[in-house]
Ligand binder design. Sequence first.
Ligand SMILES: [Zn+2]
Ligand SMILES: [Zn+2]
Length: 214
Amino acid sequence: MATDLPVSCACGKLKGIAKGVAPKSGNHIICYCKDCQLFQHFLGTADAVLDAHGGTRIFQMSPGRFEITSGSEHLKCMRLSPDGIVRWYAGCCNTPLGNTVATPKMPFVGVVTQCLPDVDAEQPERALGPLKHGVNGRSALGDRESLDAHDSIPFSMLLDFMVKMLRWRLRGDHKRTPFFDAGSGELSAAPNVLSDAELEALKEQRAAFTASAA
Ligand SMILES: [Zn+2]
Ligand SMILES: [Zn+2]
């Protein structure tokens, strides 16, 4: 059964709705990659967001079903490097929102579930359906023996994701997303691209966090 989930940043200035959330309409995953961890260090939200293995809970969905209804002036984005994934957040209070690529032609958003207040941290499957995959487990923190995750991204998941994305594109969802200007196809906010020094500083924070998690 599909559910419409409210979207809200922590301070409530940015609000929206994630429409039609269901196991069939997206992918409930946990990503353990370094870059997802660095994004939370950038926001200062690593303690609140990352699990004991450094994982970020994400629901990958159509960006055409993710609506911002108020506070879109607080929509900000950053990139860890000039070619990196575009990582969106609410600038009013540094709540992570989600990840996209830099072009609307590959329409998806990996929604970081911290912006979905109805997702119960203890029972996230109630709202999102069962966890489909843990991915990029080779960058996970702590004891990996106890972790049920793929080393990278399994091919079956990529294939399923491509099929979903094609369906969303055919539906025209790439033309109605808060992350891109419908006319020009440009990102709707200019990304803050980190300098080498800023990136190094985040890596040091991650190393310190890793040490404290171990
Ligand atoms: Zn806020
Ligand atoms: Zn990741």
